[in-house]
Design a binder for this molecule. Sequence first.
Ligand code: MN
Length: 443
Amino acid sequence: MAKREMIDNIRDFPGYHISREGVVYSRWIKGKHTLGNKYNPLKAYTRSNGYKQVVLKIRSQNKIRRAYIHRLVAEAYIPNPLFKPIVGHLDNNRANNNVLNLCWYTAQENTNQAMKEDRLGCKKRPKFIVISDLHINDWGKWPSRLDSAFKILDYISDMSVDLNIPVLHCGDLFHRPESISAELFDRVQYEFNLLDQKDWTLYSISGNHCCNHINRINEKPSSWVSRFANTFKFLKCIDFDRLHIGKFYIHGVPYIDHNIGLSEYLKKINVNIGKSRSKHILMLHTDYPGASDNDGRVIDSVENLNLNILNKFDLVLCGHIHKPQRLGKKMYMIGCPYQQRRTDNGSKLGYWILYSDLSMKFKELTDYPKFIDVYDESEIKEDGNYYTVIPKLSSKSVETKHKITKQLTKKQLARRYMRQQGDKDKTRLNLLTHILTKSEKLC
Ligand SMILES: [Mn+2]
């Protein structure tokens, strides 16, 4: 390879040469203030951020510069007519300072490039804690469910303070819309006072259980959430309201009876405000087609809910059904954080973390009393869990030519019939079970 002739090519620093490969040479004579003719390579240092640096000096002037090598290469060899401020590495390897690997960028171009290559992936940060359906109530049976609700608020608020991120609650903070007993009111006052001493915010919409009258679109419901939000500063009600935090816009829509007018309202929500990087999140409280509940029930259709309109949001967080589940790319049913009903037994309940890239992670809460079905009273333990004694079903062996007795469930009946017919089709089995159940109700 022909040896290129070296010249001083670093601005303001005579006696130094930067090569196209990213090596810095000096013709300063060691220990003296004079320049020689021979260029010697300088030692480069790798900084903790991965970039390489050298130290340039003019001793007589006491002038010193710790220079990034990629900058020196770009300044010497790459024209920058638009005065772009940043030198980027095309292959993202900060040690590869060859001129062919470098490029001038604007800040925006640099971020775009980083995003394209998912370099910011590691910078994904938790932005919100999301919970729903807390159902604060003085339950007649198993009253410790109320303690669970406050224990969870205490736990979630501590996390909110630690992570320095707010909490979103998707409706049904309270269970009984028509009235709250004096005892419960006092307990709520007491617990909310404690929560108010912490530096955190819980943004909530109103669910069907929070309001005691018919909820219409655009009429701020008079709910327990809005009432307590007037008294306690940690609690904010965002019914028909918009919350703006950083690049996130949160649109709060409370429960609407039969979703009347909901689609029209959602259509009007402006999701073009903010910069192009802004993210629009919708908080809703409704049934959702395809969602399954903890009791196995599956919602087949929902009145007046146009799913296409939901697509304009970057993320939809929905309350109402108590089983936490992902319903689509951008659609989440948040679920309740602790067991409230017998049918919740065995289900995984908890809260979600919403990250800066809009991904959601579910976290199970296991440390709360559970509903447990037992077949005999002797199995009941004094451990704080909620036990239900289930009557045993008869399990006598059956003949092919069996008698139909009342003890048989419709499903068993249907299954026997199908077995006799040699038919293994599940759909027909379910249909037959359904018909048998219906026909009994009609009788
Ligand atoms: Mn609800």
